[in-house]
Design a protein around this ligand. Structure first.
Ligand SMILES: NC(=O)c1ccc[n+]([C@@H]2O[C@H](COP(=O)([O-])OP(=O)(O)OC[C@H]3O[C@@H](n4cnc5c(N)ncnc54)[C@H](OP(=O)(O)O)[C@@H]3O)[C@@H](O)[C@H]2O)c1
Length: 254
């Protein structure tokens, strides 16, 4: 990873499991000061102990990104911490799915998906940008962990609302880019759109049986594959803004 990120501050949302956990670990190992949030921070605290001999550091903050006051409090804590006090990289990874069809699903489940996948990501991106600006960072990077569901629909009624949230993320990626260019900022924004990744995602939000069926049907992407794509994005020279990375398991047929 580029030497210029060493000692700088990164936020990873949704870092208690899966892609976020893998990403937080990789950035600490590469010398960054990583703030990692989730609702359950016990796994992050354990990881911090495991990584205590690394040059980077890991700070766990309990934050439900769908709650405006919790997002504000997390950024306030980062601003006030003399060891942090700035923002260089923001990886918006927290996300979830519910099985909630558009014509028969529960409104509470639609709401929860939009609150976490869209509004949470938007609030963290805004706060991250403002902290970058306030701390004089003009080469920062905002990264959105989107999905192949953010660029194409699938014939799976339980997923349609999740797909809608992820299409919104694609629109946000381009919208934030437009706003950054309008203000002549050199801060970059990128998104990664993976297909199936073997994490806790399917099990958490559908069930164990479906998770086993999905993950045994093919060699799925691994969290490390997404990590490597994000490291590639972060390593691109300052004049290169990687906009979208689309990646699927070779065997995934949709
Ligand atoms: N796995 C896939 O097949 C796949 C494919 C494409 C895209 N993605 C996207 O990749 C991202 C990460 O998913 P994953 O596969 O790593 O899933 P995962 O293993 O289920 O991990 C999800 C992470 O998000 C956190 N999270 C959920 N709701 C949150 C909230 N309200 N506030 C803060 N953190 C929250 C969870 O932590 P807590 O529960 O502790 O809060 C957990 O750390 C998501 O945006 C997902 O949409 C996944």
């Amino acid at each position: 990873m580029a030497e210029r990120w060493r000692g700088r501050v990164a936020l990873v949302t949704g870092a208690s499991a899966g892609i976020g956990y893998c990403m937080a670990k990789a950035l600490v190992q590469r010398g960054m000061k990583v703030v990692a949030c989730a609702r359950n921070i016990a796994p992050i605290q354990e990881l911090a102990k495991e990584l205590s001999d690394q040059s980077g550091s890991l700070t766990a903050i309990k934050c439900d990104v769908s709650k405006e006051e919790e997002v504000a409090a997390m950024f306030q804590a980062i601003r006030k911490d003399p060891n942090l006090g700035r923002m260089d990289v923001c990886i918006n990874n927290a996300g979830l799915a519910h099985n909630a069809p558009l014509l028969s699903g529960e409104a509470s489940q639609w709401k929860n998906m939009f609150e976490v996948n869209v509004l949470g990501l938007l609030m963290c991106s805004k706060e991250a940008f403002q902290l970058m600006r306030d701390s004089g960072v003009d080469d920062g990077h905002i990264i959105l962990v989107n999905s192949m569901s953010g660029i194409r629909t699938v014939k799976s009624k339980g997923s349609h609302c999740y797909v809608a949230t992820k299409f919104a993320v694609t629109a946000i990626r381009e919208g934030i880019r437009n706003e950054l260019r309008e203000m002549k900022s050199k801060i970059r924004i990128s998104q990664v759109c993976p297909g199936y990744v073997e994490t806790e995602f399917v099990q958490r939000h559908h069930n164990e049986e479906l998770a086993k069926a999905v993950y045994s049907s093919m060699k799925c992407l691994q969290p490390e594959d997404i990590r490597d794509a994000i490291l590639y994005i972060l390593d691109a020279p300052p004049h290169v803004e990687v906009n979208d990375v689309h990646m699927r398991a070779t065997e995934q047929d949709f």
